[in-house]
Design a protein around this ligand. Structure first.
Ligand code: BES
Ligand code: ZN
Length: 636
């Protein structure tokens, strides 16, 4: 049983004060390329006190031990002591700390505080005002929440084990003692040692070949936040996809992955045309085993991706555009705390859609936008019905909660539609110039909601009160649901789909519907527009005509299986069981388990499948599904 200790504090008050300080700092700090003189807003999800002592550089020296399923070695933290403090405050979770030394070689004292729910254990290290660095010898626990250790059977090749990390939002602390808040940025170097059959990669400069000695060194020269610390090791190979892009995958996935991501280089070029130079040198993607809990994760220089986007027809590559876009919105200009998460994701969805429009055209982008609005309206209705209206604001209050709980579609889609609203009000040309300036001026810094609104005022409204009124940013950022001026996206392609859904509802047999030339997006809209209640004859006829149960497209499967649960179409259950036990992507698991627990005998079926599947899920997916099937009051 997990405890229910809550973090109570003056977080909001502090964050208010530091926002003000921050705003004042801004003017004399415009050209600073790092966060050195900036005051960082109080972060309710971190014990770090970066306004006193901040990590500026990190050197990791770790052995990756597949037998024990732990990382062990040391981290050296190079510090900037801003206040002459004699304490360094760090975040840790389930780490075994062996020894801490200062740069003069002396061993120093430290304390590990009691565990606080969601946050882990604060570590306080005794330093002196002169201390330049501390070195911590430590090991991770087998339960390290960021890490997933896979047996050979859980990989595509089946021969070698695999390891990957997922640090966002606050899991970096489970594999590195650090200041684990997104407002703190540091550079890093690393040495990783492992089984010579494996290749090790990080969110840093990577090689393209295995090293015979199993020793890999890394360098990240641009400052990054801890949630972007990333590590993976496995039987990986590399293929270039262009001037500064490429893909890593297990050998038997490499060909298909490189084919699927063939447009990656033109995505980079399009993104640069829009918002300025790509600042990270190389852009690669590593295709991970199917238990990866997300679609993609924007680790700098090396996006981590689920293999479920390898659909064989390039139809799901907007995910790559999304993770690439984070190289500006998120990795360069970073949400200061998780309450500002929409600054990462809303900007990124908007940017992703602009890249997709440039490469695949207006129709494609319109379909994605319309699908996005559908999802957002559902999320808003759902959160409102659950009494969580405040989670439909862009600016969140996640104090005392696992940030993961509040990170919903709202940040992504409401964020995107807010930016679209601004674009519509000022025109694309002006908005693009504004965004380019925003990314350039704030590069390698953290941004919070309040300062973004000030920036908008200063650089876009520029005293035009009518324009500010028309956009009504406060309603978007601090208000619930969708404001009155929200766009109503239209897609002529999806109109055609709607007509076919109407025909089906009116009695036309699936085989007689006009679906010629439909892409994944048409099918997704079709599935989402179908009535909730379908007869078993209708389900069987749809399946016979369109082969949904046997689809190789994970997005289509996820939507189809929801109808199967709703209408107890048991013919699909063996395939659904296979899906749930082989794919660990939380976005797919959540709606399926959610629906299962609402049907008559679904809960039992779901619990049985979950027990089979859970050893293969990463902690973040396991935790979410566990709460769904066995709710505790802290998450209801
Ligand atoms: N940064 C997110 C993933 C994330 C968010 C991890 C919050 C942990 C906490 C990533 O960029 C993302 O948004 N991934 C999406 C795909 C995207 C196309 C919407 C996903 O994984 O589904
Ligand atoms: Zn994202």
């Amino acid at each position: 049983m997990r405890n229910t200790i809550r973090i109570i504090g003056l977080g909001l008050l502090f964050s208010f004060i530091s926002c003000k300080e921050h705003a004042e700092d801004k003017d004399d700090d415009q050209t600073n390329q790092n966060t050195e003189t900036m005051t960082i807003a109080n972060d309710v999800h971190s014990f770090g006190k970066p306004n006193e002592v901040a990590i500026k550089h990190m050197h990791l020296d770790l052995a990756i031990d597949f037998k024990e399923e732990i990382l062990q070695g040391s981290v050296r933290l190079d510090l900037e002591n801003k206040t002459g403090s004699d304490k360094l405050h760090l975040d840790t979770k389930d780490l075994t700390i062996k020894k801490v030394t200062l740069d003069d070689g002396s061993e120093t004292k430290y304390q590990i505080k009691d565990e606080v729910e969601h946050l882990g254990q604060e570590m306080i290290v005794d330093i002196t005002p002169e201390t330049k660095s501390v070195t911590i010898e430590y090991a991770t626990s087998e339960e390290a929440e960021a890490l997933q250790w896979l047996s050979p059977e859980q990989t595509s090749g089946g021969e070698y084990p695999f390891l990957f990390s997922q640090s966002q939002a606050i899991l970096a602390r489970s594999w590195i003692p650090c200041q684990d808040g997104p407002g703190v940025k540091f550079t890093y170097t690393a040495k990783m040692t492992t089984d010579p059959n494996l290749m090790v990669l990080m969110s840093a400069e990577n090689g393209t070949e295995k090293n015979a000695d199993g020793i890999y060194t890394f360098k990240m020269e641009q400052p990054v936040s801890s949630y972007l610390m990333a590590l993976t090791a496995g039987d990986l190979e590399y293929r270039s996809t262009g001037r500064n892009s490429g893909v890593y995958a297990e050998p038997n996935m490499l060909e298909a992955s490189a084919w699927e991501f063939a447009d990656m280089q033109s995505m980079i070029d399009s993104a640069e045309e829009l918002y300025g130079p790509y600042q990270w040198g190389q852009y690669d993607v590593v295709v991970l085993p199917p238990s990866f809990p997300f679609g993609g994760m924007e680790n700098p220089r090396l996006t981590f991706a689920t293999p479920t986007i390898i659909a064989g027809d390039r139809s799901l590559v907007s995910l790559i555009a999304h993770e690439l876009a984070h190289s500006w919105s998120g990795n360069l200009v970073t949400n200061e705390t998780w309450n500002d998460f929409w600054l990462n994701e809303g900007f990124t969805v908007y940017f992703e859609q602009r890249i997709m429009e440039k490469i695949y055209g207006q129709d494609y982008a319109d379909m994605e936008t319309k699908l996005g609005m559908g999802g957002l309206k559902e999320t808003i209705a759902d959160l409102t019905a659950k009494g969580k209206k405040e989670d439909t604001h862009l600016y969140l209050n996640l104090e005392g909660r696992n940030p993961d709980d509040g990170l919903t579609d709202v940040a992504y889609e409401k964020g995107r539609f807010f930016l679209q609203t601004i674009e519509k009000a000022v025109g694309r040309e002006k908005f693009d110039a504004f965004l380019k300036g925003y990314f350039t001026e704030n590069a390698f810094k953290a941004m919070n909601t309040e300062r973004f609104l000030e920036y908008l005022d200063e650089h876009l409204y520029q005293g035009d009160a009518a324009l500010a009124d028309q956009i009504n940013a406060d309603a978007w950022v601090y208000g619930p649901g969708l404001p009155d001026n929200a766009p109503d996206p239209h897609s002529s392609e999806l109109d055609k789909v709607e007509a076919q859904v109407e025909a089906f509802v009116g009695g036309t047999a699936p085989a007689d519907l006009d679906t010629a030339g439909w892409t994944t997006h048409h099918w997704l809209y079709f599935l989402r527009a179908l009535p909730e209640a379908l007869t078993s004859e209708q389900m069987a006829a749809l399946d016979a005509s369109f082969g949904f149960t046997d689809s190789g497209n994970s997005e289509i499967l996820c939507d189809w299986f929801q109808h199967c649960i709703q209408n107890e179409y048991k013919e699909a259950y063996p395939k659904m069981e296979h899906f749930l036990t082989h794919v660990g992507r939380r976005k797919f698991l959540t709606p399926l388990y959610k629906r299962l627990v609402k049907t008559e005998d679904g809960t039992e079926w779901a619990k049985r499948v979950f027990e089979l599947a859970r050893p293969g899920y990463h902690f973040v997916s396991e935790n979410t599904i566990q709460e769904l099937l066995y709710p505790t009051d802290s998450n209801e």
